[in-house]
Design a protein around this ligand. Structure first.
Ligand SMILES: *[C@@H]1O[C@H](CO)[C@@H](O)[C@H](O)[C@H]1NC(C)=O
Ligand SMILES: *[C@@H]1O[C@H](CO)[C@@H](O)[C@H](O)[C@H]1NC(C)=O
Length: 274
């Protein structure tokens, strides 16, 4: 009852407050006069306030997997879901539907924080809330890793990723095998080997390492490759990305983790803008 009341009160308030973006000529007091509309062209300059809708050139590609019960669980035999559970249900007489969210922080598309496999980083408070949004958002390169190999030093050398590139999404055999679509975890996935991780650290400027299965490290190098990455707390692995049917190339990447204070991982919404 209280919730329903509060909701209608909020709605009433929202309807009363004029939205600055719907002004259409009536300049908002916060912005220089006449520039409070959405129609001013970006070339007009003047440093005023304007918004321009993205044209067809700015296509958004969602590279996040949906959080469903059938997401793969890393440990063989484990299950990821149910992720969302109805706690109060109108079908059962409640006045509202209210769900709770329950999953491991490393389920589906997610980021690792530097404390994941490094006790010093964890003790230093380097949780997911401290991750650098400047690393998580910016130009990124999507590359295809040769399908006959894990991400070894040799594979990294072969890819010839130019210096200065800070964000790379590595598409591998995992995408072809549709591993993220299979509920049963598959430990034969492709990931970084220890020497591949070391090669990346020594020879590139990459700070965001995106991969297409649940772990940045191949299973045979599960701990050792993570250890190499997390010796560099400015490197952020983004795992479980949905890279199906996205052409290789350069995009603007946007990844926003939840501010889970104290957690060493978080689900993340990642999109590419072309
Ligand atoms: C509330 O949840 C029940 C059970 O899932 C569903 O049948 C019903 O349509 C939901 N009601 C609303 C208003 O979403
Ligand atoms: C990658 O390494 C895993 C073991 O970590 C292995 O099962 C898999 O076959 C390797 N994949 C390729 C393509 O070499």
């Amino acid at each position: 009852m209280a919730v329903a009341l509060l909701a209608s009160l909020l709605l009433a308030l929202l309807l009363l407050v004029p939205s600055p973006l719907s002004a259409g000529g009536d300049a908002h007091p916060g912005y220089p006069s006449g520039e409070g509309t959405c129609t001013v062209d970006s070339d007009a300059g003047g440093g005023g306030f304007w918004l321009r809708e993205r044209g067809p050139a700015g296509r958004i590609i969602d590279i996040t997997h949906a959080y469903v019960p059938d997401l793969p669980a890393f440990a063989p035999g484990a299950v990821a879901g149910p992720v969302v559970r109805l706690k109060h249900s109108m079908a059962e007489g409640s006045e509202y539907n209210l769900s709770e969210l329950r999953m491991e922080c490393h389920t589906g598309t997610h980021v690792d924080a530097p404390g994941h496999i490094n006790q010093d980083n964890f003790a230093a408070g380097l949780d997911v809330d401290t991750l650098d949004l400047d690393v998580l958002n910016g130009p990124a390169l999507l590359v295809d890793v040769p399908r006959n190999t894990n991400i070894t030093a040799e594979a990294m050398e072969f890819l010839k990723i130019p210096k200065g590139v800070r964000r790379v999404l590595f598409r591998t055999l995992n995408t072809d095998r549709k591993l993220m679509w299979k509920k049963a975890g598959d430990l034969s996935y492709v990931g970084f080997t220890e020497d591949g991780a070391q090669w990346l650290v020594d020879n590139t400027d990459i700070k965001l390492v995106g991969v297409d299965y649940l772990s940045v490290a191949a299973f045979d190098h599960l701990i050792s490759a993570h250890v190499v990455f997390f010796k560099n707390p400015d490197i952020i692995p983004v795992e479980g990305l949905k890279l199906d049917d996205v052409p290789a190339g350069i995009y603007n990447l946007h990844c926003l983790p939840l501010r889970l204070v104290g957690a060493e991982g978080s689900p993340v919404r990642c999109i590419l803008i072309k």
